[in-house]
Design a protein around this ligand. Structure first.
Ligand code: RIB
Ligand code: CA
Length: 329
């Protein structure tokens, strides 16, 4: 007897890997996708919304509610990631315009009512800068008990990608990340360590690109774009391979056995300078310099220290490649 689908909402800044994540979230039977909120990030908000609509059409998604949210960070000057995702945000992939409706409310309002109306607490899968979620938590604390947990793609135990110290989603809006990470809501931090572990080799990418199935073919084009960008150089094993990025965060919700987790306090460096946006993950045990004992047990944050990258990639591929095995429920 398969378990009931997990109710989720996705917060996206649909760029290339958010698109891969949307394909997985729509097509995998283990998830019930209740709503999608859009934030500025990889590309400007209007482009994020348009990309999201088009990818949902490609995936054959039901009319899941979509809303536009925060167009810029709380404090930081907006800086996009078009150097990775291209000006359109979908690399070279061209999808037909969508007729899909966009809700006539702000994404924070869509999230509020979705969380309050859901019959059980909802898993929030955060794939963008955390601006929408920070505003939600500050404006509507009544939703906190309606959030099962926030599974966020963001941060890093080690080196960043946007800067030497900071991962892009946190770097784009550090104040928002600090609000979410210290909110008391259970958070799973899926940082750059797992982000780059789930990869698809070059020959499999090429095979997808030759598929007769439009979803598989689009996944191949998106992965081929990621394989080509310099950002992944040195962080992804295998020449011509690509990390599935945000899609791994969705896979982590579908199958938590993929993860090696550690409960640890996480704070965000906010001071101006080279460390701004760095997630400081306190993995110490025992006494600290000031004689304090670490607060591991008190933390609401679990950090993904490692991931079974091969199984994660296969779960993704089984869902997006109709010719592959049927995804297990
Ligand atoms: O650092 C990777 C994250 O930044 C991903 O969510 C990617 O889509 C970009 O938004
Ligand atoms: Ca993203």
């Amino acid at each position: 007897m398969s378990a009931r689908p997990i109710p989720v909402v996705l917060d996206v800044d649909t760029g290339v890997d958010d698109a891969l994540a949307l394909l997985l979230a729509v097509r995998h039977p283990a998830l019930e996708l209740l709503a999608i909120s859009c934030a500025g990030g990889n590309v400007p908000l209007a482009q994020v919304v348009e990309n999201t609509r088009r990818v949902l059409d490609l995936a054959g998604a039901p009319p899941v509610p979509i809303a536009a949210g925060m167009h810029r960070p709380l404090v930081e000057t907006p800086q996009d990631a078009s150097y990775v995702h291209g000006v359109s945000g979908l690399g070279a992939l061209e999808l037909p315009p969508s007729e899909r409706e966009v809700e006539p409310v702000h994404a924070v309002e869509l999230l509020r009512r979705t969380l309050l109306d859901a019959p059980e607490p909802v898993t929030v899968i955060a794939l963008a800068p955390l601006t929408n979620l920070a505003v939600l938590l500050r404006m509507h604390p009544e939703v906190l008990p309606r959030i099962a947990r926030i599974v966020m793609m963001g941060g890093a135990v080690g080196a960043g990608n946007a800067t030497a110290a900071a991962e892009f989603n946190v770097w784009h809006d550090p104040e928002a990340a600090e609000i979410v990470l210290t909110s008391g809501v259970p958070v799973v931090m899926y940082g750059l360590e797992p982000f780059y572990r789930a990869t698809v080799p070059a020959e499999r990418i090429a095979e997808l690109g030759r598929s007769a199935d439009p979803v598989a073919r689009a996944a191949g084009a998106l992965l081929a774009h990621l394989a080509g960008v310099t950002e992944d150089e040195g962080r992804v094993d295998g020449a011509g391979a690509a990390a599935i990025g945000d899609a791994g965060t969705v896979a982590a919700v579908i199958d938590p056995t993929l993860l090696r987790l550690r409960r640890a306090p996480v704070r965000v460096a906010l001071a101006e300078g080279p460390t701004r946006g760095c997630t400081v993950v306190d993995l110490r045990t025992g006494l600290g310099a000031g004689g304090e004992t670490t607060k591991e047990a008190e933390s609401h944050v679990e950090v993904v220290l490692d991931l079974d990258g091969a199984r994660c990639a296969e779960l993704f591929l089984a869902a997006v490649d109709a010719g592959a095995a049927v995804p297990a429920r």
